[in-house]
Design a protein around this ligand. Structure first.
Ligand code: NAP
Length: 235
């Protein structure tokens, strides 16, 4: 069975992706903070036959990431696919954003991905692999009140393209999944304010299917970016 490492797998898109991958014959390595949520996901998926290991890890704390992900890798086969899905949002005007919130958001949406890649990508080099970074159409647009988020996702796109060029010689591909709004728990987090029509958003299952589609591309090709938008609603 191929193995995928998925971050942010305890809820939202990451959880839906973990379920879909497990039901599609993938073994899994999962990361999030909530041990309880990860354990109940493993319990839910036990009939799939998927071999699932997880690590409770706070990706906002830079020092713990490399030892934590290394530990997780030592428990399973080297992943052939890495899905950098964990991410956060913060709403408010750019210049009113506390430095601590800025650093937290950039750590979560950009630096932690660099750190996870620095452990996982070398483990892929023997057999090749694919890195899928979950981006947003905020990477390409300027949404007032979402400046830090837009900035982090735009930088993530650039990181992904540079990584792809550098790792090409090792048969490692890197791509982005660019999403419009998805109806997830992100919209309930304390750092996101606003009244959004969640019924018009993409479902987590639609977004998870796009992740699986990218993951199951032949190794001789790469879809460099897949953009998936809801057909109606604001974004
Ligand atoms: P979500 O429902 O809020 O889920 C976020 C996931 O990340 C959870 O599993 C959470 O688990 C984990 N996470 C949060 N903080 C963490 C931390 N400090 N350390 C480790 N894990 C942490 O968000 P989502 O909507 O599924 O977002 C997934 C990705 O899609 C993100 O990259 C987001 O930017 C992107 N995206 C979302 C939308 C949307 O409309 N929802 C649109 C475009 C792109 P724990 O709380 O257990 O740690």
């Amino acid at each position: 069975m191929p193995t995928a490492l998925i971050t942010g797998a305890s809820r939202g898109l990451g959880k839906a992706a973990a379920k879909l991958f497990a039901n599609s014959g993938w073994d899994l390595l999962l990361v999030a903070r909530s041990k309880n949520d990860l354990q109940s996901l493993v319990d839910d998926l036990k009939d799939t036959g998927s071999r699932i290991r997880y690590k409770s890890l706070d990706l906002s704390i830079s020092d713990t990431i490399i030892p934590g992900v290394s530990d997780l890798l030592s428990e399973g086969n080297a992943p052939s696919v890495l899905v950098n899905n964990a991410g956060v949002a913060w709403t408010g005007e750019l210049l009113s954003m506390p430095l601590k919130s800025w650093q937290w958001l950039i750590q979560m949406n950009l630096t932690s991905i660099f750190q996870v890649c620095s452990v996982v990508v070398p483990s892929m080099r023997a057999n090749g692999g694919l890195v899928i970074n979950v981006s947003s159409h905020a990477a390409r647009n300027s949404f007032p009140q979402w400046g830090a988020y837009c900035t982090s996702k735009a930088a993530l796109v650039s990181f992904t393209k540079c990584l792809a060029e550098e790792e090409r010689k090792h048969s490692i591909r890197a791509c982005t999944l660019t999403l419009g709004s998805v109806n997830t728990t992100l919209w309930e987090t304390d750092s996101v304010q606003g009244n959004f029509d969640r019924s018009a958003m993409l479902s987590v299952d639609q977004a998870a299917a796009a992740l699986l589609y990218l993951a199951e591309q032949p190794t001789s090709q790469v879809i460099e970016d897949l953009t998936l938008m809801p057909a109606s609603g604001a974004f």
